[in-house]
Design a protein around this ligand. Structure first.
Ligand SMILES: [Zn+2]
Ligand SMILES: [Zn+2]
Length: 328
């Protein structure tokens, strides 16, 4: 049995998380759903529930030196002299059950129930960020068998990292050199209007101008807030409404539950904030057409340049055209 560990990849100049032991996880839980009330992970009634992952790739504990030195935040090649540098997979991994209803989804639950999920995401973010070994919290969901979700019951996950992950660091750097930051990007999309899906009271969703993903959608408050805990009640209600709108449109788009990856980018712990953070959600479906997977091909992976087969304007028009009413 090996603990999860970070290994420093000298080609990427970034950490890789090695979680070989997780290969022994059961692909399908034996017997009843573990997330239904009375199941292994939910013995008591609940409405929304967060709990530690039974097979965590990141584990709580004391801070690890490798991540507290300046070299790891952000990583710099010359601060990693060891050929085989490794460090404990420190952090946290949690599961968030969205509903006791096995058949529910973020599209069908309704705004009040999704608001309750937003509140749990925010509370877990605040609690995890307060831990000394945690630098950054990623809320996310893999929905559907095509993206590897092994349990159908509606749920998401949370990873707490001991450093700011590269995707967030690169995004923060790009936005820092964007005049007006993310708020200006959002303002420009609202003004252009053709890619907007949902314009709520303080929250907007849209297909980004240069979306790397077919039918990719971003959701953000149009007034900057660094993270979920910073959102007030009305912003959380509006965020919940935008999430329900997005997923119900997704499910209507091809008349079947659309698989997707969803993740929330938010500010890291206080000492690592740049002041430009602006919380937002990414939705990235893996399909380019019904049941047709969009693979990242060698030309894309090898170049680092995604090629999106669906024009963002066409994706936005298709998503606006569907009936967003959630199925009863
Ligand atoms: Zn279930
Ligand atoms: Zn982002």
């Amino acid at each position: 049995v090996t603990d999860p560990e970070f290994r420093f990849d000298r080609l990427r100049g970034e950490w890789t998380l090695i979680v070989g032991d997780r290969q022994r996880r059961p692909n399908q839980p034996a017997g009843a759903c573990p997330f239904c009330v009375g199941g292994l992970e939910a013995p008591q009634p609940y409405s929304v529930k967060a709990f530690p992952n039974r097979w965590p790739p990141l584990v709580p504990g004391e801070p690890v030196d490798a991540f507290t030195d300046a070299g790891a935040r952000p990583s710099a090649a010359d601060s990693h002299p060891d050929a085989f540098e490794r460090a404990l997979g420190r952090g946290a991994a949690e599961i968030v059950l969205y509903s006791p209803d096995h058949r529910a989804s973020l599209g069908s639950l309704g705004v009040d129930a999704v608001r309750e999920i937003v509140d749990v995401w925010a509370a877990r973010t605040a609690e995890l960020l307060a831990r000394p070994e945690v630098a950054s919290v990623l809320v996310f969901e893999n929905r559907g068998a095509p993206v590897g979700a092994t349990i159908e019951h509606p749920h998401g996950q949370i990873y707490a990292f001991p450093f700011v992950p590269p995707a967030q660091r690169r995004e923060a750097a790009a936005l820092a050199s964007t005049p007006g930051g993310f708020a200006a990007v959002i303002e420009a999309e609202i003004e252009a209007a053709e890619r907007i899906i949902f314009l709520g009271d303080g929250v907007v969703s849209w297909v980004p101008f240069a979306s790397p993903d077919p039918y990719g959608v971003l959701i953000a408050p149009n007034v900057a807030a660094p993270d979920l805990p910073a959102l007030d009640g009305s912003q959380r209600d509006a965020l919940a409404a935008a999430i329900v709108d997005t997923v119900s449109r997704y499910d209507a788009l091809f008349a079947t539950p659309l698989p997707y990856l969803m993740w929330i980018h938010q500010a890291p712990t206080d000492t690592l904030r740049t002041g430009h953070e602006h919380v937002h959600l990414h939705f990235a479906p893996p399909w380019r057409a019904p049941q047709v997977a969009r693979y990242y091909a060698a030309g894309e992976v090898g170049s680092g340049i995604p090629s999106n087969p669906i024009a963002p304007e066409a994706a936005a028009a298709a998503l606006r055209a569907v009936n967003p009413e959630p199925a009863a």
